[in-house]
Design a protein around this ligand. Structure first.
Ligand SMILES: C[S@@+](CC[C@H](N)C(=O)[O-])C[C@H]1O[C@@H](n2cnc3c(N)ncnc32)[C@H](O)[C@@H]1O
Length: 221
């Protein structure tokens, strides 16, 4: 869970977003999906939130099988009467073949993306960045606030996720692909610059270099 003020801000972002569907990567049991879905509903516009969630492994194992996790997520979304606004996709984006089916299903232009999954931002920017409309809201969770504190206080899997998110985010900011607006605790609110109207190239070679930096940083943590 993120702090309550992040969920309030997500609601405002969805309420004020330009035209287009939205995408959430890592929906868990739906707290952010509901915040964004309520914003979409209250804006009274005919757009949907695609909520991607693998529903198994990692933190989901504490709740049960993939079916159980999907049912909990669906139930939470339905409780807020948002089934018409939120489309849940049970997809693990780390699986290549599943990823391809998602690519066909989600079409742009997207008005907003929220990334709160496994820190694999480059993988997901490769898939979805070019679907974002210029000026779209880009929200990235799991960014460290204070380097020293997060390294000493978190288990290594969480630390690795934070390091990944930091390195990929710094890369995208450095290349001018996202413009930071503000951060609430670990969550960055940014946007795709309005002047990026052509497709951006992402490459496996660039990803490999970034992965090396991540490996180096996490080995020394
Ligand atoms: C921190 S939780 C998300 C919390 C949620 N955004 C909220 O505010 O309630 C991260 C979620 O990402 C999901 N996830 C991690 N890696 C994923 C992947 N490769 N594909 C799809 N979902 C993934 C996990 O199963 C987990 O439920």
């Amino acid at each position: 869970m993120m702090p309550v003020r992040v969920y309030k801000q997500l609601y405002r972002c969805a309420l004020e977003a330009p035209d287009g569907d939205m995408l959430e990567i890592g929906a868990a049991h739906g707290a952010a999906s509901i915040s964004l879905g309520l914003g979409l509903r209250d804006a009274n516009r005919p757009f949907r939130l695609f909520a991607i969630e693998k529903c198994e492994g990692g933190s989901r194992d504490a709740y049960g099988s993939s079916e159980v996790n999907r049912r909990i997520l669906e139930g939470n979304v339905a409780r807020y009467d948002l089934a018409g606004h939120v489309e849940i996709l049970t997809v693990d984006l780390s699986h290549h073949e599943v990823r391809q089916s998602t690519e066909g299903h989600i079409r742009g232009p997207l008005a907003l993306i929220l990334h709160d999954a496994d820190g694999e931002l480059y993988r997901d920017f490769m898939l979805f960045y070019n679907l974002l409309r210029p000026g779209a809201t880009v929200i990235i969770d799991d960014l460290p606030v204070d380097q020293a504190a997060y390294r000493s206080s978190m288990d290594s899997a969480r630390t690795r996720k934070f390091v990944k998110a930091r390195i990929y985010t710094d890369h995208f900011v450095g290349k001018g692909l996202i413009e930071p607006m503000f951060q609430i605790r670990h969550t960055l609110f940014a946007r795709k610059p309005v002047n990026i109207v052509r497709d951006t190239q992402f490459s496996q070679a660039e990803l490999n270099v970034l992965r090396e930096s991540i490996a180096k940083a996490t080995n020394h943590s």
